[in-house]
Structures are given as structure tokens and as C-alpha cells.
Design a protein around this ligand. Structure first.
Ligand code: DQA
Length: 149
């Protein structure tokens, strides 16, 4: 069964408590629970993780490639705007990476306007709250049906 890794970066373990006016009232567990149900309906296997540590995300991107994942959904949180290491990790693997954000960083503070990930991502879905993850999963499934890239 096709594998999708869902990688979440710093502070996303605080969803539900953290600035709910921006990120919504749902916890990450609740979002991932709904994502699992959708994945099952699409015939996909989901492996979802969260870390506050940049190196974990780098390791998990490599792991996604080594396990032959169909795609990675990556919400790198604030590392999106700072991490050359994540950009390099994405460039080091053949796996398509879909960048995901709950909020729309382009409509927020100027320091959020630069993403190190967007230029090397397969695509970007942002600004739809938890729905961003669902849409990204649908995109990954569609990529799979197209035979990959
Ligand atoms: C975020 C947007 C980032 O700018 C922010 O640092 C986050 C969450 C989002 O999902 O909207 O931590 O990635």
C-alpha cells in the first residue's frame, strides 16, 4: 500500500492551545485522526510525526525516500522560513514533498513571506486551516495515480 509521511515541525504539538484565532481549535492529534480516515478511504498508509527539532525532520525526509514513500506532506512550521538544511534534505531525495500550512504565511508578517521550502517543493497548500492537510493528501493521492511526479 502506498505510504505517505506527514511531517510536522516546531510548536505544532501545541495546536488547539496555540493562537487558535490563527491555527484553529483542533489539536494535531485530531487533525491527524481525520487525515488517517481519509487516507484509508484513498487506500493510502499514513505515517504522521511531529518534532520540535530540525534534525529529526531532516532524518525523516531521508527515511521517506529510503522507504519508497509516495509523497511527504511537510508542515515545517517556523523552520520553513529559516532552514537551509530542510531545503537541502528535500533536494537530496526523489520523493515529492508537498508543503502545507494551516495559515497563509503570505498574508502574515513579512518574515513569513520567504519559504526555503517552496522553491523545492512539488507544490504548496496553505491558508485553509486543517483542510490544508486534507487537500494535500488528495494531491498526493492524485500524484500517485498519475504515476508519481
Ligand atoms: C505554519 C506557519 C508558520 O509561519 C508558523 O511558524 C507555524 C505554522 C502554519 O501551519 O500556518 O509554526 O507553518
Amino acid at each position: 500500500m502506498s505510504l505517505i509521511l506527514v511531517l510536522n515541525g516546531p510548536n505544532l504539538n501545541r495546536l488547539g492551545l496555540r493562537q487558535p484565532e490563527i491555527y484553529g481549535a483542533e489539536t494535531l492529534d485530531q487533525i491527524i485522526g481525520r487525515l488517517h480516515a481519509r487516507a484509508e478511504a484513498l487506500g493510502l498508509t499514513l505515517d504522521a510525526r511531529q518534532s520540535n527539532h530540525e534534525g529529526h525532520l531532516v532524518d525523516w525526509l531521508h527515511e521517506a525516500a529510503d522507504r519508497g514513500a509516495l509523497a511527504v506532506l511537510l508542515n515545517a512550521g517556523a523552520f520553513t522560513h529559516t532552514s537551509v538544511a530542510l531545503r537541502d534534505a528535500i533536494l537530496s531525495i526523489p520523493t515529492p514533498v508537498i508543503e502545507v500550512h494551516l495559515s497563509n504565511p503570505a498574508a502574515r508578517e513579512s518574515f513569513r513571506h520567504r519559504s526555503h521550502i517552496s522553491p523545492v517543493a512539488r507544490g504548496v497548500i496553505q491558508g485553509f486551516g486543517a483542510l490544508s492537510y486534507m487537500l494535500a493528501l488528495d494531491a498526493a493521492a492524485a500524484l500517485g495515480q498519475e504515476g508519481g511526479q
